[in-house]
Design a protein around this ligand. Structure first.
Ligand code: BDR
Ligand code: CA
Length: 324
């Protein structure tokens, strides 16, 4: 594990947090979740991974998380959680990530088993045991909302929630809604209303950080199993993005929520009031960010990320991946 300026990867990265960061990753792997998990294990102390239905079914996201920790040889416990949102039916993103959630690779069936199927119980327990714990939430916020609903003190006990979700701008699941919030708006509403210290990395930020074919070449040139697997994941995403967006580049959404903690110097944030639209015909799942310049702006409940040093972030991510 890396501490502050001395990266395990010795990548000479910029913007490192000089203090150790204790985290739990709540995720739905997912290509960019996979990168976030690998990045986090190089630069933070990871106390556990919890899985949620999102990019794929809970069964698939959990299997992917187990395969990933096995692949990189860490003993991080994996706890599975919610197989559906607080309300309604689960929605997935097979058109982006493939039916398994990690389209483009055939991962071996993991030998590792889940530590429990009670993600929210685990979140509550680890928050009691570990001081200054951050929850890095990079899937729909269902597990985190369950934890908050079960224990009103959870939100104030943790250091905060660094989330990839929402947008201060364009959407992806709909014109205005980002997938993780859109997949469970009621859960996101619980989180934004919880009083927790929230860092929000939305699409307005994560669209600034995109892979390209040069990164795939760099990873392949290493001739090592883990970088090679990530290269295959990016190849799949580039194929999907070419179909969907007309460009062979893919936004690294989820790693931004890790970098917000491990390399805060790479990002800029503004204090903002964020509300989740639960009702609108065209706007359900939208994060409504108060960007008025008037003094009558609503009181902030989140730090919203607006800018990332994409070059610095990409070289930090690349070095972390090559270090496996
Ligand atoms: C988010 O949705 C998922 O598809 C990605 O893993 C990311 O967490 C981007 O909208
Ligand atoms: Ca995700």
């Amino acid at each position: 594990m890396a501490r502050g300026g001395e990266c395990a990867s010795q990548c000479g990265c910029v913007g490192c947090n000089p203090r150790p960061v204790n985290i739990v990753i709540d995720c739905d792997p997912g290509h960019d979740d996979a990168v976030a998990i690998l990045l986090a294990h190089q630069h933070a102390d990871v106390f556990g991974i919890t899985t949620v239905s999102g990019n794929a079914s809970l069964e698939n996201t959990t299997r992917n998380a187990l395969s990933l920790v096995e692949l990189i040889g860490v003993d991080t416990p994996v706890h599975s959680g919610a197989d559906r949102p607080l309300l309604g039916e689960p929605v997935h993103a097979g058109h982006v990530h493939g039916q398994t959630g990690l389209g483009g690779v055939e991962l071996d069936e993991p030998q590792r088993k889940v530590a429990s199927s009670e993600a929210s119980e685990f979140l509550l327990a680890v928050a009691q045991e570990v001081s200054d714990l951050w929850v890095v939430a990079i899937g729909p916020l269902t597990n985190v909302a369950h934890a908050i609903n079960r224990d009103a003190n959870f939100a104030s006990r943790i250091a905060g929630i660094s989330m990839m979700g929402g947008s201060a701008g364009v959407g992806n699941a709909t014109r205005v809604a980002e997938f993780n919030v859109w997949a469970d708006p009621e859960a996101a509403d619980v989180v934004f209303g919880s009083g927790a210290n929230i860092k929000m990395c939305g699409l307005n930020l994560t669209h600034q950080l995109k892979t390209d074919d040069g990164l795939i070449e760099q990873l392949k040139d290493a001739n090592k199993p883990v970088p090679d697997l990530i290269a295959q994941l990016f190849e799949f995403m580039h194929m999907r993005m070419e179909e969907l967006m007309g460009e062979r580049r893919s936004a690294l959404h989820d790693p931004c929520a890790v970098l917000a903690l491990t390399h805060p110097g790479l990002l800029t944030f503004e204090q903002r009031a964020v509300a989740v639209e639960l009702a609108g015909t065209h706007t359900r799942g939208m994060t409504v960010v108060d960007e008025r310049t008037t003094r009558r702006r609503d009181p902030p409940n989140a730090e919203v990320a607006y800018q990332i040093d994409a070059e610095g972030a990409m070289s930090t991510i690349c070095a972390a991946l090559l270090n496996y």
